[in-house]
Design a protein around this ligand. Structure first.
Ligand code: 3PY
Length: 256
C-alpha cells in the first residue's frame, strides 16, 4: 500500500524524480523529501549512512509520503533484509555481474514461496499508509516492494536482456558503467560508446516491460533522460548540492 514510486510506475504518465541522500540524518531526509521529490535514495553504498542512520531516515521519508529506496552496500542477502525491514519501499543493488547474483538478490527480497526473506516486519509496516496488519504486509510485500539492480559493469551490460525480466528496475550508474566499459566520464563528458551503452539498457528495459532508471548530477541532465523515456531519475545529491549552494552564497557575498 502507498508505495508512491510503484504507483507512478503503474500510472505510466511521467518519470519518477528522486534525490540522493549521502549525508546521514533524519533532518537531511526531511529537507530532501520536502523539496518535492517522488523518492529518495538512502545511499548505504557510497554515502555516510550506516544501519542506524538508515533506520532513522527511511521512516521519515515514508511518513512524508515519498518512497524511501535503499542502495545496499554490497550484494549480501542480509543487507536486503535490513533495508526492507527498516521500511524501504525498494532496494537498489550495485555492481551486479551475473544472473545468479540477481536471482539471489530477488530471493532475499521476497517471502516464501517466491524467495527466502525472513518475516519480522513490524518496523517495515510503519512505512505504509494505512499501516497494514502483519497478514496484509505478508500478502502484499512480494508484489509491492521494488527490486532494482544497477547496470554498471560490462558483464551486466552484456546480460541486460536476461536481467531485465528478473527485476522491477534496471538502474544505470553512468560513472561506474563508463569506468567498466573503458570510457570513463571525464569532466562531465560522456563518450558516444557510453551513450550507446545507456541506450542499450533502455531498449532492453522497454522490450521487457521493466522500468529504467539513471543517476544524474544535475536537473538539466535529468530532464534530458526524462525526454528519452527513462522512468526513474535522480536530479541531485545532497553532499554536492550543499557545497554548490554554499560556494555560490560566498561568491555572491564577496561580489565575485
Ligand atoms: C554511478 O554513476 O556509477 C553511480 O552508481 C552513482 O552513484
Amino acid at each position: 500500500k502507498s508505495n508512491k514510486l510503484k504507483q507512478i510506475f503503474a500510472e505510466g504518465k511521467r518519470p519518477a524524480m528522486g534525490l540522493w541522500q549521502m549525508i546521514p540524518g533524519a533532518n537531511v531526509s526531511r529537507i530532501l523529501a520536502r523539496a518535492g521529490a517522488d523518492w529518495i535514495m538512502v545511499d548505504c553504498e557510497h554515502g555516510n549512512v550506516d544501519d542506524a542512520a538508515m533506520h532513522s531516515s527511511v521512516p521519515v521519508i515514508a511518513e512524508l509520503g515519498l518512497s524511501p529506496i535503499v542502495r545496499i552496500p554490497d550484494l549480501q542477502p542480509w543487507m536486503v533484509k535490513r533495508a526492507l525491514d527498516s521500511g524501504a519501499h525498494g532496494i537498489l543493488a550495485p555492481l551486479v555481474r551475473t544472473i545468479e547474483e540477481v536471482e539471489n538478490l530477488v530471493a532475499a527480497a521476497k517471502f516464501p514461496p517466491l524467495g527466502r526473506r525472513g518475516f519480522g516486519s513490524p518496523i517495515a509496516m510503519q512505512s505504509f499508509h494505512p499501516i497494514p496488519t502483519f497478514t496484509e504486509y505478508l500478502q502484499q510485500a512480494n508484489e509491492s516492494l521494488l527490486t532494482m539492480v544497477q547496470i554498471e559493469t560490462q558483464e551486466a551490460l552484456d546480460l541486460v536482456e536476461q536481467i531485465a525480466p528478473l527485476v522491477d528496475v534496471l538502474f544505470i550508474g553512468p560513472f561506474d558503467l563508463g569506468n567498466n566499459i573503458g570510457h570513463p566520464i571525464i569532466d562531465g563528458k560522456m563518450d558516444p560508446e557510453l551513450d550507446e551503452a545507456i541506450a542499450k539498457v533502455l531498449r532492453a528495459g522497454v522490450a521487457a516491460g521493466t522500468k529504467c532508471g539513471i543517476f544524474c548530477t544535475s536537473g538539466e541532465q535529468a530532464k534530458r533522460y526524462a525526454d528519452q523515456g527513462f522512468h526513474m531519475i535522480s536530479a541531485a545529491t545532497d553532499f554536492t548540492a550543499l557545497g554548490a549552494v554554499m560556494e555560490g552564497a560566498l561568491a555572491a557575498a564577496r561580489g565575485v
